[in-house]
Design a protein around this ligand. Structure first.
Ligand code: B12
Ligand code: SF4
Length: 401
C-alpha cells in the first residue's frame, strides 16, 4: 500500500531530486569531526569550529527534530569529455563549477519541498529547516545514515548508483518518518563509528591520486593541503610549496573523486536542478589573466565562481600560469599579462604574479620584474620576491614538471 511517505518521496523526486532518503535523528558520531578539528584540518574555516556543537546535535538547530530527509542531486552529465579543458594548457575547473551555482538552483526546490511537507503532513514552516551545503549540518554523515551511499576513503559520500557525483541537501523536520536502511549495518573496523570505506575494500586510488597528499587518513581531508580549499576557500596567499602541485586546477579539484572505481555506475543526470555553463571552460588562461571587473561580473554571473571575486580568480590563474609555463616554450606569451598583474592593486595578485614570472622566465625574471619590484612596498609581496629568486629558478630548471 502506498503510504504518505511514499507520496512524499515521489513528489520530491518530481521536483528534481535524484535520491530521496529518510533517517531518524539520534546520536551523532562525534569522533570524526572532533579529530578533524583537533588536527587543524579545517585550515582557517573558523566557522567549522564555531558550528561544531550544532553539527553534532540537530536538536540545537531544530528542537524536537525527529527526522532528516536527505536529498541527492546527480551532476554527472554522462560525458567525461564535456568537462575537459578545450585545449592542453587550459585551466581545469571542478565539475560542479561549470554550472549555475547549485546553492541557488537547489534552493527553490527545497522551498517547494517544504510546501509538500506542509500539504501532506500538516507541518508548519517552523517544523522544518532545509539546507544545502551552507548550514551547520554534517550532510555526508546524514546521507550515509539514510543509506544514500557510504563514506569513501576520499571523504566523499559515494553512491552505488551515481558514484561520486551527488550534491547533497537535507531537510531537518519534526515530522516522524520511517528510516530507510543504511547500506550495511556492521561497522567496517571495530570502534569505527564513521564506517569509512565500507565499500572501498582494499582500494586506495583516491589517496594516491591526490597530488598534494591531502588525505592523511582514510575519510579525512586536511583542508590546508587540499586544492579545493586553497583555490576556493583560502582568501590569502597560497603556500608556495603547494603551488607546483596545484597544476592546472583553477577552481576546485575532483582528482580524488574521479579516481574512484564506483564512478563506473554513474549515469547521466536529469539536470532538473542544474543549469550548465560549460562555456566557462572555453576561457583561455590568457583571457583569465586579463580579466577585468566588468568581464568577471558578466562571465561568472550566477556561477559558484562569482563568490571567489576577481582578485582570487587572478591569484589562481597566476598559479596555473606558473605551472603551465614552467617548461618554457610558448608559455612565454603568458609573461606579458603576468607582468601587468605584478603591479595590480591587490598585493595577493602581485605576489602570485611574481611567483609565476619566476617559474616561467627563470633567471630572466629579475630583469623583467625590475620596475615592479622597485615600486613594491608590501612585505608579503617582497617576501615572494625574496623566496622565488631561489626557489623559482630551481623549480624551472630541475623538476621539468
Ligand atoms: C568544509 C567542506 C569542505 C572542505 C573540507 C572537506 C572535508 N572533506 O571535510 C573543502 C573546502 C576542502 C571541501 C572540498 C570539497 N567539497 Co566540500 N564541503 C564542506 C562542508 C561545508 C562541510 C564538510 C565537513 O563537515 N567536514 C568535516 C568532516 C570531518 O566531516 P564529514 O566530511 O561530513 O565526515 C564526518 C561526518 O560525516 C561524521 N559522520 C560519520 N557518520 C556519521 C553519521 C551521522 C548521522 C552524522 C551526522 C555524522 C557522521 O564522521 C565523518 C568523518 O569520519 C560540506 C557541506 C556540509 N554542510 O556538510 C561540503 C561538501 C562535503 N563538499 C562537497 C563537495 C562536492 C566538495 C568538493 C568535491 C568540491 C570540489 N570539486 O572542489 C571537494 C572534495 C574534497 C574532499 N575529498 O572532501 C559536497 C560533497 C558531496 C558528496 N557526495 O560527498 C558537500 C556535501 C556539499 C554539498 N552540499 O553537496 N569541502
Ligand atoms: S579534492 Fe584534490 S587536493 Fe583535495 S583531497 Fe581530493 S585530490 Fe586531494
Amino acid at each position: 500500500m502506498q503510504t504518505k511517505q511514499d507520496d512524499l518521496r515521489q513528489r520530491l523526486a518530481a521536483l528534481g531530486f535524484d535520491v530521496v532518503r529518510f533517517a531518524r535523528t539520534g546520536a551523532v558520531p562525534a569522533a570524526g569531526l572532533q579529530h578533524w578539528l583537533a588536527q587543524g584540518f579545517q585550515a582557517d574555516m573558523a566557522w567549522m569550529e564555531r558550528s561544531a556543537v550544532k553539527r553534532l546535535d540537530p536538536q540545537l538547530i531544530l528542537p524536537g527534530a525527529r527526522s532528516v530527509i536527505m536529498l541527492g542531486v546527480n551532476y554527472w552529465d554522462g560525458n567525461e569529455a564535456s568537462r575537459r579543458p578545450a585545449r592542453g594548457g587550459d585551466p581545469v575547473w571542478a565539475r560542479y563549477a561549470v554550472y549555475q551555482d547549485y546553492h541557488d538552483t537547489i534552493k527553490p526546490a527545497l522551498v517547494a519541498a517544504g510546501r509538500v511537507l506542509e500539504e501532506l503532513f500538516g507541518a508548519r514552516e517552523c517544523d522544518y529547516r532545509y539546507y544545502v551545503d551552507a548550514g551547520p549540518v554534517l550532510e555526508r554523515g546524514w546521507a550515509e545514515r539514510a543509506g544514500l551511499g557510504f563514506l569513501g576513503k576520499n571523504g566523499m559520500l559515494i553512491s552505488r548508483e551515481f558514484g561520486n557525483w551527488l550534491l547533497l541537501a537535507g531537510i531537518l523536520t519534526r515530522v516522524e518518518f520511517e528510516a530507510d536502511e543504511r547500506l550495511r549495518s556492521e561497522p567496517v573496523r571495530a570502534g569505527t563509528e564513521a564506517r569509512v570505506g565500507l565499500l572501498c575494500g582494499k582500494c586506495t586510488r583516491c589517496i594516491a591520486a591526490c597530488p598534494t597528499h591531502a588525505i592523511p587518513e582514510p575519510g579525512l581531508v586536511d583542508a590546508r593541503r587540499c586544492i579545493s580549499y586553497q583555490t576556493i576557500e583560502n582568501k590569502g596567499f597560497i603556500p608556495q610549496e603547494l603551488r607546483p602541485d596545484i597544476g592546472r586546477h583553477l577552481f576546485g579539484c575532483d582528482l580524488c573523486l574521479a579516481a574512484c572505481p564506483w564512478n563506473r555506475f554513474a549515469q547521466a543526470g536529469r539536470g532538473m536542478l542544474l543549469a550548465a555553463r560549460f562555456g566557462i571552460k572555453e576561457l583561455t588562461l590568457h583571457e583569465l589573466l586579463g580579466m577585468t571587473p566588468a568581464r568577471f561580473a558578466d562571465v561568472f554571473r550566477g556561477t559558484p565562481i562569482k563568490r571567489l571575486k576577481l582578485p582570487r580568480l587572478l591569484r589562481n590563474a597566476c598559479v596555473v600560469a606558473g605551472n603551465v609555463g614552467a617548461g618554457g616554450g610558448p608559455a612565454h606569451a603568458l609573461v606579458a599579462p603576468l607582468l601587468r598583474l605584478a603591479v595590480h592593486p591587490e598585493p595577493m595578485v602581485r605576489g602570485h604574479a611574481v611567483w609565476a614570472v619566476h617559474r616561467i622566465a627563470g633567471e630572466k625574471a629579475s630583469e623583467l620584474l625590475n620596475a615592479a619590484r622597485e615600486a613594491e612596498t608590501e612585505p608579503a609581496v617582497l617576501a615572494e620576491y625574496a623566496n622565488v629568486a631561489i626557489a623559482g629558478w630551481r623549480t624551472t630548471h630541475s623538476s621539468g614538471r
